[in-house]
Ligand binder design. Sequence first.
Ligand SMILES: NC(=O)c1ccc[n+]([C@@H]2O[C@H](COP(=O)([O-])OP(=O)(O)OC[C@H]3O[C@@H](n4cnc5c(N)ncnc54)[C@H](OP(=O)(O)O)[C@@H]3O)[C@@H](O)[C@H]2O)c1
Length: 282
Amino acid sequence: MRILVAGGTGVIGSRVVPLLTAAGHDVIATSRSIDRLVPATAAGAEGVVMDARDAASVDAVVDQADPDAIVHLLTDLATEDFASNAQVRIVGTRNLVSAAERAGVTRMVAESIAWVGEPDTEPGDESVAIARDPDSDESLFPAVESLEHAVLGLENGVVLRMGMLYGRGTWFWRGGRAYERAEDGVVVATVRHTSFVHADDAVRAVVQALDWPHGIVNIVDDDPADADEWAPELVWAAGGGETELSVRSRGRASTNALAAKLGWVPEHPTWRDGPFDLIDRA
Ligand SMILES: NC(=O)c1ccc[n+]([C@@H]2O[C@H](COP(=O)([O-])OP(=O)(O)OC[C@H]3O[C@@H](n4cnc5c(N)ncnc54)[C@H](OP(=O)(O)O)[C@@H]3O)[C@@H](O)[C@H]2O)c1
């Protein structure tokens, strides 16, 4: 297939691109900066500059790439600017889906998040309603809803609701912002009821989902946990002392039975290993 990877330089995208080229696909990877595309081109992909907020830029890239499928991995959290991230989810997704429709592309795999359901202590499946009355950042839920609605408007749109990412390159990895806070004993949990997923497992899901049917699939590990439980483990792994936990919202963990049915089983079934893959068990 010819596959356009929108966001080919991020934690997920930078690992998806070499997997797809190694599998024999023609891959076109995007970034806002040509310099950041060097690893993608070294892996055999074509690198193109695209700003997802600019409809003309997105149209031009999709037209020129002429893909069979689009992988949508656009997020904007580098500066922890959640309002900007919401804009990328809303405007960037709208631009990408419009360009896909114009170009006759029906298949899109998009990254969403797993903690969008109405807060509850019980993990939810893919049918949970997106929270209406959020007790956290008010831009989050409408932006996720907008992204999912747009992608599912495509005949072969697949939305992956990913758990909180950990592993190399994420906020939980050495040098990442959650890790650095944990070194000082501080944990700012996005949600209390949390599902995690290792970034390598998330990457495998993206690749597999290119063959999945239309719909939403939770991509989370087997071990949902509350922040009171995992926060001290993160602090311990980062070498911090007493844990000082603050929680942004209650949130909701998720189940992964549908993904298992589709053939995706996490190679990291629990964040407890390491924990968070931070401590070498050998
Ligand atoms: N605690 C939390 O609340 C939370 C939640 C979710 C995720 N996270 C963290 O966020 C990261 C998520 O990983 P990820 O792979 O989804 O994201 P990422 O590593 O931030 O990558 C995002 C991708 O989107 C692209 N992009 C961003 N804005 C764009 C725009 N306007 N136009 C075009 N491209 C744009 C980036 O490209 P360029 O920058 O190269 O242009 C990059 O390829 C992890 O590190 C995770 O730990 C934290």
